[in-house]
Design a binder for this molecule. Structure first.
Ligand code: HEM
Length: 390
């Protein structure tokens, strides 16, 4: 039996996730990389219900000391904790104000920037879809949208890379540097507001509600990090899933208007986020399927398991871009679902359309079995995806 978080698991997590979903829907796990117990939930209905359950909180201040010192969450003890992972009242206020700056209508306004970035990256794509397309598209988009000048995008990419690395000291330093840089940019935007997300966040208001400068700094840092690894991995995952299902790829090439449904199906079938890094903390004991999660327990959602739950989907292990059910939990669910989902979807649509148009015959340049999966408890994707472009 494959151990969770073993190298065998990382190479293909889905059989293990299927076993957990069926036999241990609330699995108590002590991961090899952190001295902490986790209660990992894997069924679709349970994750949706727990995502809106008030007996769970995202406030990292309420997490056990073991969790806070485990290195499992980024930025514990730094200004990073001023955004999103805060008490319910601040969380609701922040989410409302940030959400208003990232609505589908506002995000559509960034179509031209994304289209131009996709086009330039495709012009220069040599082979590796991960490093030469996914990451630069993700960083250029969030950097431009935030209003950061192009010449500093490499800095952003470096911080985003290091912040998500398992080396805690390096990660904390990268977050601290990123937040200090964003603080400087905020000073500039205060003097000269522009038509960008940082300026929108600084001026966001709803009645008496606003975001203070520390919050805007931490929120922008969160947006940068949360937007990078996720979006970057979406494209290799989409291409591999489509190449593994040639009938679906042919269908999409025949009818490009299916692209939005293809994006949703990839987010279900091979979502970049296997296990949500947004842990929840039990405010009181919670019993589920005979397991008691104790008060203070740390709860994690195996989104990739839920997205292939046979009780929620027909033929869950197959990619079907014309599926009737599209309500996946690839962006999470409930009050803490992904705040950048509209921007992620827009990049998915433009990026995938561009790839399909520009390269009508792309294929994997190496043996499929040689593709190396990422070794990450949270992310699903590939280290590299060398393509033959044709
Ligand atoms: C394909 C791309 C993306 C995927 C699959 C994705 C997925 C997710 C997931 C699963 C969560 C956690 C939900 C939970 O625990 O309930 C999340 C949270 C978040 N995402 Fe995304 N995301 C993507 C792109 C983006 C982008 C482009 C942005 C920024 C513009 C972004 C910003 C955030 C933020 C700030 C949070 C934390 C929200 C909170 O804690 O309240 N994400 N995302």
């Amino acid at each position: 039996m494959t151990e969770i978080f073993s190298m065998e698991y990382y190479a293909d997590p889905f059989p293990t996730l299927a076993r957990l979903r069926e036999h241990e829907p609330v699995a108590r796990v002590s991961p090899p990389f952190a001295d902490v117990d986790l209660w990992l939930v894997s069924r679709y209905d349970d994750i949706r219900a727990l995502s809106t359950d008030r007996r769970l909180s995202v406030d990292t201040q309420l997490a056990s000391e073991r969790f806070r010192t485990s290195g499992l969450a980024m930025g514990i003890g730094t200004a990073w904790e001023k955004a999103f992972v805060v008490n319910p009242a601040d969380n609701v206020r922040q989410r409302r104000l940030v959400g208003a700056t990232l609505t589908p209508r506002i995000v559509e306004g960034w179509t031209a920037v994304i289209t131009e970035t996709v086009s330039t990256l495709l012009d220069n794509l040599d082979s590796d879809l991960v490093q030469e397309f996914g990451y630069p598209l993700a960083v250029t988009t969030i950097g431009t949208v935030l209003g950061i000048r192009q010449s500093d995008h490499e800095l952003l990419r470096g911080w985003a890379d290091t912040a998500t690395s398992p080396d805690r000291a390096a990660s904390t330093q990268a977050l601290t540097d990123a937040l200090a840089y964003i603080g400087e940019q905020i000073e500039i935007k205060r003097k000269r507001p522009a038509d960008d997300l940082l300026s929108l966040l600084l001026n966001a208001s709803d009645g008496d509600e606003r975001l203070d400068e520390e919050e805007v700094t931490a929120i922008a840092g969160n947006l940068l990090i949360a937007a990078t690894d996720t979006t970057a991995n979406f494209f290799p995952n989409a291409v591999v899933a489509l190449l593994d299902h040639p009938g679906q790829l042919a269908l999409l090439r025949e009818d490009p208007t299916l692209v939005d449904r293809a994006v949703e199906e990839v987010l279900r079938y091979s979502n970049p986020v296997v296990l949500s890094p947004g842990f929840r903390f039990a405010l009181e004991p919670i019993e589920l399927h005979g397991t008691v999660i104790p008060a203070g327990g740390t709860v994690g959602f195996f989104l990739a398991a839920a997205n292939r739950d046979p009780l929620a989907y027909d033929e869950p292990d197959a990619l079907r871009i014309t599926r009737a059910t599209t309500t996946h939990v690839g962006f999470g669910h409930g009050p803490n679902h992904c705040v950048g989902s509209a921007l992620a979807r827009l990049q998915g649509r433009i990026g995938l359309t561009g790839l399909l148009e520009r390269y009508p015959r792309f294929g994997i340049a190496i043996d499929r079995a040689e593709l190396r999966h990422r070794v990450s408890p949270f992310m699903y994707g590939f280290d590299r995806l060398p393509l033959i472009l044709g």
